[in-house]
Design a protein around this ligand. Structure first.
Ligand SMILES: N[C@H](CCC[C@H](N)C(=O)O)C(=O)O
Length: 259
């Protein structure tokens, strides 16, 4: 079967996206999904995303990591699927869709995609890191010398080590630029490498910086290898809410491949 796909990237986090409203894709074929994401033998991507119909909202997002396994929420992928839904004329500039972690509002404004993330009530603080789930699990750790850090080596040790082990966590290394601006490099679970940015990751970093008192701001700039992202939020004594991940999402090319 010939499958039409669209290659998208959001600040360098890249995805193969397929319109699966006719349910033509065999979602159990994880080997095939991994092969499509392979950077040498396939199209190459950090993740594989299906857009599907939903009875209650504009569409459903199904996300797979590059290892072929269905995974938890992808923030950059969420921004890209909103751009894809507009390209398909499923939506105008405002939408509500469903993903594995629930409902998400989104809007396209001034060429940027604004994606609302789930509320976060629990942020665990440890001696040298914080842990929180922003739709995907994230370990957040301050470092110095971020530019020269071996993210893959250091990140995989944390991702596979205790307490995360096989289930794992994504790992974000952070350096403060100013009180409302942070540089972030992320090791992504399921890609098992550094990605150029991670949407749920920079969201976790913004909230962790506020929780740990490194910022009092609620509109945070995150500088990633793939470009700038913004996270805005409100908070009260029950936690963080009205959380928005804001950044660009581009279609790079369209193609066909035998599925
Ligand atoms: N690798 C992540 C999912 C994708 C997250 C990332 N691509 C994002 O933009 O949030 C995990 O398995 O938890």
């Amino acid at each position: 079967m010939t499958m039409t796909f669209y290659k998208y990237q959001g600040t360098g986090n890249d995805f193969v996206i397929v319109d699966n409203r006719l349910q033509s894709i065999n979602k159990k074929d994880t080997k095939r999904i991994a092969a499509i994401c392979d950077r040498r033998f396939g199209i190459g991507a950090d993740g594989f995303i299906l857009l599907e119909n939903d009875d209650n909202v504009d569409f459903k997002m199904v996300y797979y990591n590059a290892d072929g396994n269905e995974s938890t929420m992808c923030g950059n992928g969420g921004r890209c699927i909103v751009a894809f839904a507009k390209f398909l004329n499923i939506i105008e500039n405002d939408t509500e869709f469903v993903a594995i972690d629930g409902l998400h509002k989104a809007k396209i404004e001034n060429g940027l995609v604004h994606l609302q993330m789930q509320d976060v009530s629990l942020i665990k603080t440890f001696d040298n890191h914080l842990f929180l789930d922003t739709g995907s699990p994230h370990h957040v750790q301050m470092v110095s010398g971020l530019d020269t850090l071996n993210v893959k080596s250091k990140g995989s040790k944390i991702r596979y080590g205790a307490p995360y082990k096989e289930a794992g966590s994504n790992v974000n290394f952070v350096e403060e630029i100013s009180t409302d601006n942070f540089a972030v490099r992320t090791y992504e679970r399921g890609v098992e490498d550094e990605t150029l940015s991670c949407g749920t990751g920079v969201t976790a970093v913004a909230l962790a910086m506020h929780k740990s008192g490194r910022t009092q701001e609620n509109d945070i700039g995150l500088q990633t290898q793939g470009g700038p992202l913004n996270v805005t939020f409100n908070c009260n004594d029950t936690g963080y809410f009205n959380i928005w991940l804001i950044g660009p999402a581009q279609q790079v090319f369209k193609g066909e491949i035998e599925w």
